[in-house]
Ligand binder design. Structure first.
Ligand SMILES: [Zn+2]
Length: 89
């Protein structure tokens, strides 16, 4: 189910089990705050509540240095406050 605020952020979810390699110009790669057991840099999107997407840059996300998606130079994670819907999924 898509949240209404996905529209202004132009969220596009990363397909499950696809390792992100490129981020379109003008967008940023973001994942939720879920850090599953066994989390590693190539952890598959879609497992254990771990979700990722690209969106336009926004203050609600900050640079993340967890080591995930090593093929992408920089990625972000959401502020926990905005991540409740994923946490409950
Ligand atoms: Zn991260």
């Amino acid at each position: 189910m898509q949240r209404r605020d996905d529209e202004w952020k132009e969220v596009r979810y990363v397909r499950a089990f696809v390792e992100p390699r490129k981020v379109p110009r003008g967008r940023v790669l973001v994942h939720n705050h879920i850090r599953p057991v066994g989390f590693r840099p190539d952890y598959p999107v879609g497992w254990s509540g771990f979700r990722a997407w690209t969106m336009k840059p926004h203050p609600s996300v900050g640079v993340c240095k967890c080591g995930w998606a090593p093929l992408v130079r920089r990625h972000y994670r959401v502020a926990r406050r905005l991540d409740r819907s994923e946490a409950q999924a």
